[in-house]
Design a protein around this ligand. Sequence first.
Ligand code: A5P
Length: 230
Amino acid sequence: MNQEQMKQTAAEKAVEHIQNNTIIGLGTGSTIQYALEKISERIQKENLSIQGIPTSNTTKKTAQHLNIPLTTLEEHPTIDLTIDGADEVDSNLNLIKGAGGALTREKIIAYHSKTLIIIVDDSKVVKSLGMNNPIPVEILQFSYTATQHCLEELGCTTTLRTIVNEPYITDNGNYIIDCEFPRIPEPEALEMQINMIPGVVENGLFINMADMVIIGGKQGIHTLEKAIVQ
Ligand code: A5P
């Protein structure tokens, strides 16, 4: 299997978890694209009745194109199941997300979901978070340099995300600072420290949020599930 097939296999497995008459959070990214196609197929073939809540304008457009019925968090504040991708996954099911810029809406949707399933190919699995990716931090444009300095004081090097030499603007009208940490020994504490800085909207550390990670590998699918603490 090549990388695209691994993503597709993981995505299609996750879509099997969708039940009739449910509200589904729709993540963002190239892996989710395969899930959206499979959801659309199940709606047509099985008459599956679901409503999706997209995590980005891009996903919203794709879902509309695929005739997936959509709703909003205002109408449905509790989501039954969200399927989303990730940039890094560790063995505790903690994640880095946001390479696609949708981290804030993704985290809001994940927070309000009864179940969060993450779909990745095996290149996303890491021993410790931050090995291959910076932590994206969405910040207000107002005072962004001051906010950037505060982020650097946490021990990272920062880059303002750009696109065609202009600052990248999120769906929420904000900037993104990518923060590269030499190591992240305590991701849970760091997630909170980053969000304490005024001007920070949200960061791409998703700690204790995922219930299941479906990993597509060369040999097939491998699933990590959250341990249930009694
Ligand atoms: C979007 O902001 C991200 O969190 C994506 O979910 C993540 O980058 C995974 O994207 P791919 O499936 O394209 O790797």
